[in-house]
Design a protein around this ligand. Structure first.
Ligand code: 13P
Ligand code: SF4
Length: 366
């Protein structure tokens, strides 16, 4: 069954309530990271630094992970970045082991792009509500119903979903890729994030069929709360990740991936920013623009209790202690079946090649 919203058709895969229940069920099985004191933090950091060297490993961390992990990645020659750069950095790294602090799809992407490297993660339990909302079997069946469409999937998906796609994109490149495909006259299937899909459709005018998934973190940002907050800080700019709902994006001054949000905050003249994305990003925002003020966008309105409170429960599973244990034992290895990885590599490589060509074009070298 499908629902038509404007010119966009959405398969009714799952309701937000069902998605939330699924996420809660998953989270209930996983113990939260143990709280440790300053002495233990320093001790773990020292040990991890030694282990990274001994094991020829490099740390690849997402902006949403704990500030301690981001700090450690920077101090040890690793990277803190958005998901596109994580993929690229991991592929190009010379270390034989990549330790990916983030969520499952990021580890899988590293495995696919670097089949000869060992990929470890502080936890293998950290998935993503978008990944959960897009089971591969249902997605394949949906694609098979529309053989005339080019299949473009968000990086926040399983290797099996990527293997069914023509293109994989991250939020920093999604609009450019779909724009390119639209210019070639291609009609698109997009999965799984319906808000990002609707945003891309609005930017490009492409004919897109959208899967009905949403991120439990960004879904909670509310336009009303944002407007109330902007009334308190009239000079503040609103920065939003495109996984946020349409009403939030409609009042945002800048919409972009995590890196694009950071670049905007650094480059804009405003002194105050209201930020509609995971609050893990504040580590990098404060580091790069220490003189500016960053406020987290309100979630779920005044009377409601937020479920995620602007912090991804999956990213929060990555802790210093878990990172140490993983490095020490070699446990939590991310593995993707070789045949599946070879199939998923094709749309991922397309994205990386496209991004490379775009960069050359921007630099006037192509
Ligand atoms: P970025 O690619 O912008 O880092 O986004 C990843 C993500 O999971 C956002 O919720
Ligand atoms: Fe997935 Fe949302 Fe967490 Fe990003 S913030 S990893 S989209 S659940």
């Amino acid at each position: 069954m499908t629902t038509t919203i404007c010119s966009t058709t959405i398969p009714e895969s799952s309701s937000l309530a069902a998605d939330t229940a699924l996420v809660r069920q998953h989270l209930a099985k996983v113990a939260p990271p143990r709280v440790i004191d300053a002495g233990q933090v320093a001790d773990y950091k020292d040990r991890i630094k030694r282990l990274l060297k001994d094991k020829d490993a490099v740390l690849v961390a997402h902006y949403y992970t704990d500030a301690l992990l981001q700090e450690l990645a920077e101090e040890t020659g690793g990277v803190v970045s958005d998901s596109l750069e994580m993929a690229r950095f991991g592929r190009d790294a010379t270390a034989s082991t990549l330790v990916v602090a983030g969520v499952r799809f990021m580890g899988e992407t590293a495995c696919i792009l670097s089949p000869d490297k060992k990929v470890l993660m502080p936890t293998l339990e950290a998935t993503c509500s978008l990944d959960l909302a897009c089971p591969a079997d249902a997605f394949r069946a949906f694609c098979d119903e529309h053989p005339d469409r080019t299949v473009v999937v968000y990086a926040n998906t399983s290797a099996a979903v990527k293997a069914r796609a023509d293109w994989v994109v991250t939020s920093s490149i999604a609009v450019d890729v779909v724009d390119h495909l639209h210019a070639l006259g291609e009609k698109i299937i997009w999965a799984p994030d319906k808000h990002l899909g609707a945003y891309i459709q609005k930017c490009t005018g492409a004919d897109m069929l959208l899967w009905d998934g949403a991120c439990i973190v960004h879904e909670e940002f509310k336009a009303k709360g944002l407007l109330d907050m902007r009334a308190l800080y009239p000079d503040a700019a609103i920065l939003a990740h495109p996984e946020s709902p349409e009403a939030v994006l409609a009042i945002a001054d800048v919409i972009g991936s995590t890196t694009q949000i950071i670049n905007a905050a650094v480059g804009m003249k405003n002194q105050t920013f209201i930020v509609a994305t995971d609050k893990g990003i504040f580590y990098k925002l404060q580091q790069l623009a220490p003189e500016k003020t960053f406020i987290i966008a309100p979630t779920a309105g005044n009377d409601a209790t937020c479920r995620s409170c602007a912090h991804c429960p999956w990213m929060a599973m990555n802790s210093l202690e878990r990172l140490y244990n993983t490095l020490l034992t070699g446990n939590n290895r991310s593995v993707v079946d070789r045949e599946l990885a070879q199939k998923a590599m094709i749309p991922l490589q397309r994205m990386l090649d496209f991004s490379h060509r775009n960069k050359l074009k921007l630099a006037g070298k192509a």
